[in-house]
Design a protein around this ligand. Structure first.
Ligand SMILES: N[C@@H](CCC(=O)N[C@@H](CS)C(=O)NCC(=O)O)C(=O)O
Length: 310
């Protein structure tokens, strides 16, 4: 395995991971697949992420990309063609995906549990205590079902409107990141044994052709990798250099080299500690020095994360 091999830490049921698997498919890439547990403890992933607990995580040697909004731009930088941003301006695609996922994530879970029923008790407890801070049991979500369905339905109407001229994908005749963002949320709601009631509820019939085309992108060429092999890849590599010319003007009064925490501002708000490397237009990079793995760069999207001194 080359030191610059792409490694994805993920589990099959994760819709955000599905967004990345499809991006790897769109780009036709080879990648190492490390399957992680659906809930912590994840003792062989934590040394790479410094405690960031969400899935998926992408690794390229000693560079660790947390959050799909950091992962997709990284794949685009590393493998520009075919692009994840065809037709649609890349800034619009990133902003639209962010707004969509922010607005719909809990509503999508509400629609899912309405059709699926309860998930295992330990899973519900983990998600409530350490991830969503919301009880996602069917009983707790059901009073909000109509509101959630309505919220999802509004976005689906926009999706159908955008596809109504017969285009293959949102940006034209080639799939892109914004297709993947819509697809993965729909795929979670449709992951029930019989998706027909979901399709009827949300009026999905006119867009199922688009859905099948996005699914058809596939996952590229994954090969199974152990977590130990992924750790060895980090140990053997140095983080890729960061060009300080890309830094944006300082808005927070923290200089490169100073200790910081980076924390998601929505779910699983676990602070990750390191030293600031750079804040660029679209990403925050921090360095962690792990006694076993050596230097690591952790990359986070700028939107949706709080950087603080400490
Ligand atoms: N904004 C994040 C959201 C990621 C996310 O919420 N992932 C879910 C799985 S699809 C998760 O981490 N669930 C809790 C867990 O697996 O520990 C991203 O784009 O990567």
């Amino acid at each position: 395995m080359s030191a610059h091999a792409i490694i994805l830490h993920h589990y099959p049921f994760s819709p955000y991971a599905e967004k990345v698997r499809l991006a790897l498919g769109l780009k036709g890439l080879d990648w190492g697949s490390v399957e992680v547990a659906v809930m912590p403890p994840r003792p062989l992933l934590d040394p790479l992420t410094g405690g960031y607990r969400r899935i998926p995580v992408l690794q390229v040697g000693a560079d660790i990309y947390c959050d799909t909004n950091a992962i997709l731009p990284a794949l685009e930088r590393l493998h520009p063609e075919p692009s994840l941003y065809p037709g649609l301006n890349s800034g619009l695609a990133k902003a639209l995906s962010f707004g969509l996922e922010r607005d719909l994530w809990l509503a999508v879970i509400g629609v899912l549990v309405h059709h699926m029923g309860d998930l295992p008790e330990a899973f519900l407890r983990d998600r409530k205590d350490d991830y969503l801070y919301v009880d996602i049991s069917r009983g707790a979500m059901e009073p909000d079902f109509a509101r959630n369905a309505q919220r999802v339905g509004a976005w689906i109407a926009w999706l159908a409107e955008a596809l109504a001229d017969g285009r293959g994908f949102l940006g034209g005749d080639r799939a892109g990141a914004v297709d993947l963002a819509h697809y993965h949320l729909l795929s979670l709601m449709r992951s029930v044994a019989d998706p027909a009631p979901v399709d009827r509820l949300l009026g999905l019939a006119p867009i199922l052709g688009w859905y099948a085309r996005v699914k058809g992108l596939g996952h590229g060429r994954p090969h199974a990798l152990t977590a130990e092999e992924a750790l060895a890849a980090a140990r053997a590599a140095e983080p890729a250099p960061i060009d300080s010319a890309n830094a944006v003007p300082d808005l927070i009064g923290i200089a490169p080299g100073e200790p910081v925490t980076v924390t998601p501002d929505d779910f699983a708000r676990v602070p990750v500690q390191g030293r600031l490397v750079a804040i660029e237009a679209g990403r925050i990079v921090i360095r962690r020095d792990d006694p076993d793995l050596g230097a690591l760069h952790l990359h986070f999207p700028r939107a949706g994360f709080v950087v603080a001194a400490g």
